[in-house]
Design a protein around this ligand. Structure first.
Ligand code: ATP
Ligand code: MG
Length: 535
């Protein structure tokens, strides 16, 4: 079933209105991209691919104050990672065209220079129920506006002293059409243009021009721009431009317990709540990558949630299940213990060494097997042993048995505890003949282990959402920060996890973990085996 945008495109192609589809992804370089942007990229890129067209990456860099090359570079990197490949374009490269359009509008009597203050503008603009009132400069002679606009451009006007306004209709029911400001004076250094420009176009004026210059056929944006569409069309209808794009709106992606705004994400970085934009807890593309998400999983997610016309919130579990499904297929299984507890095999000599075969993937024999070795001293997870077990505890306990994954059944023999009664070393014996055979013994539990002589120390990090759920009407995200969103473990894992050709593993019975791209000792839990571990 085509989504509503695909239906529009198919109609346009069939009727000949459009020859070849051109879409764009237009980020503002004022932060790192988040999963909401991934949705927009997948949509625009997907449409271009599906209909044999192109998708432009164009920086909407018309506001010199908030932009930064660090953001430009990270955005290019993230968009490429998601599968885009093309030329990087910049809205600021069209400043000359925009300026010409503005002069043309003044000449046509469709724009005028005003000296209105923000306060006065607010008063004159009216409300949803009351029309606005005309500025006293609305009928300023064309020549005078042209001369003032030149002064603005030449840097002879202080910031805020003058603005250029489109002359549309102060009585329009759509407030965006009440003589909107289209140019303002800004004395700042632009990241690409330097100090060449002293005037900067407003988004609503710049965007349609950028689209038209690039021959965009379908300019897709989020629903909050629906009310701006008449202005988008007005600019295109009143300026001389090489093509006539059209704007279409879709619902932005919202995910429960997920911050979806660069501004707020920047605050988390600036306040030190997270370790940078690529902290694995961040819903940024950089964070998700570091956490172990793959482009395939993100594209799959965007595909699964579809394109809607009404805003809604997606369950966080939906994103997780995409990467879980992907890793379930692809990640080799290994054994790791997050909270190591020593287990000594009493009925074997000190130099005991016995190779066992372990499947790399239980459902995919083509992924092969690996050798691992049992030894005299092993580590098991503290959670898999209890001196005082609850009913139906199937792991190791006094007088109990448990199977070591891929190895023998072992029977409990004893335990050393410290002064506080906390187990330090557990002693057990191998039940002879139980390698691959139960020998009639009732043994319900299978636990993972590592060989003390053949394991590596790793830092395993498990994560929870950065935001607590909305409770008692507390919706402000500042009051919902989850202080326990990262838990660190000094863990031990099979040496196999150091294999450089693989970076994502299933730590059996725990979750999927991905090796950190910077620190090889660190493994991030990409996603738990089932739902979040602390839910
Ligand atoms: P933010 O508030 O996070 O900065 P933005 O919309 O201001 O978001 P832009 O860089 O202007 O960020 O957005 C680039 C493109 O990504 C736009 O076309 C925008 O509509 C789209 N986009 C941004 N957030 C979402 C979202 N949550 N879901 C879908 N598309 C989004
Ligand atoms: Mg924006």
């Amino acid at each position: 079933m085509p989504n509503f945008i695909e239906e529009i495109i198919e109609d346009d192609l069939a009727s000949g209105r459009v020859q070849s589809v051109v879409t764009r992804f237009p980020p503002e370089p004022n932060g790192y991209l988040h999963i909401g942007h991934a949705k927009s990229i997948c949509l625009n890129l997907g449409l271009a691919k599906k209909y044999g067209g192109v998708c432009n990456l164009r920086f909407d860099d018309t506001n010199p104050v908030k932009e930064d090359d660090e953001f430009v570079n990270s955005i290019v990197d993230d968009v490429k990672w998601l599968g885009w490949n093309g030329k990087v374009l910049y809205g600021s490269d069209y400043f000359d065209v925009m300026y010409e359009c503005a002069v043309g509008l003044i000449r046509d009597g469709k724009a005028y220079v005003d000296d209105i203050t923000p306060e006065q503008l607010k008063l004159e603009r009216g409300t949803l129920t009351e029309p606005g009132i005309d500025s006293k400069h609305r009928n300023r002679p064309i020549e005078e506006s042209l001369a003032l606009f030149e002064k603005m451009k030449a840097g002879e006007v202080a910031e805020g002293a003058l603005v250029l306004r489109a002359k549309i209709d102060m009585k329009s029911p759509n407030i965006n059409m009440r003589d909107p400001i289209i140019y303002r004076v800004v004395h700042a250094v632009h990241h690409r243009q330097g100090d060449k420009w002293k005037i900067y176009p407003m988004y609503d004026f710049a965007h349609p021009i950028e689209d038209a210059v690039e021959g965009i056929t379908h300019s897709i944006c989020t629903l909050e721009f629906e009310d701006h569409r008449p202005l988008y069309d007005w600019v295109l209808d009143n300026c001389k431009l090489p093509s006539r794009p059209h704007q279409y709106e879709f619902a932005r992606l919202n995910i429960e317990r997920t911050i979806m705004s660069k501004r707020y994400l920047k605050k988390l970085v600036d306040d030190g709540v997270v370790d940078g934009w690529d902290d694995p807890r961040m819903p940024t593309i950089a964070g998700l990558r570091r956490r172990g998400y793959t482009p395939e999983a993100l594209r799959d997610f965007c595909e699964r949630i579809g394109v809607a016309k009404a805003n809604s919130e997606v369950e966080a579990g939906q994103l997780e299940s995409c990467i879980r499904d992907y890793l379930n297929e692809t990640a080799p299984r290994v054994m790791a213990v997050l909270d190591p507890l020593k287990l000594v095999i009493v009925n074997r000599p000190d130099d005991y060494f016995e190779v066992v075969d372990l499947d790399n993937h239980p459902q995919r024999p083509e992924m092969g097997k690996r050798n691992y070795a049992l030894g005299k001293t092993l580590y098991i997870d503290r959670a898999d042993f209890s001196l005082d077990p609850p009913p139906k505890y199937h792991r190791l306990k006094p007088d109990g048995v448990v199977r070591l994954k891929g190895g023998y059944i072992v029977r409990y023999k004893g335990c050393d505890v410290d002064a506080a009664g906390v187990p330090q070393t557990v002693y057990a014996e191998i039940v002879e003949g139980t390698l691959g055979d139960n020998m009639g013994i009732k043994c319900k539990g299978v636990i993972q282990w590592v060989n003390a002589a053949h394991c590596v120390d790793i830092d395993a990090r498990r994560y929870d959402y950065l935001l607590l759920p909305v409770t008692d009407g507390v919706t402000d995200f500042n009051e919902r920060i989850n202080m326990n969103s990262r838990i660190d473990f000094k863990a031990k894992a099979e040496e196999f996890v150091t294999l450089p050709s693989v970076d994502a593993f299933q730590f059996m019975r725990i979750g999927y973990f991905t090796r950190d791209s910077k620190d090889k000792k660190v493994f991030h839990e990409t996603v738990s085996l089932k739902d979040s571990f602390n839910k």
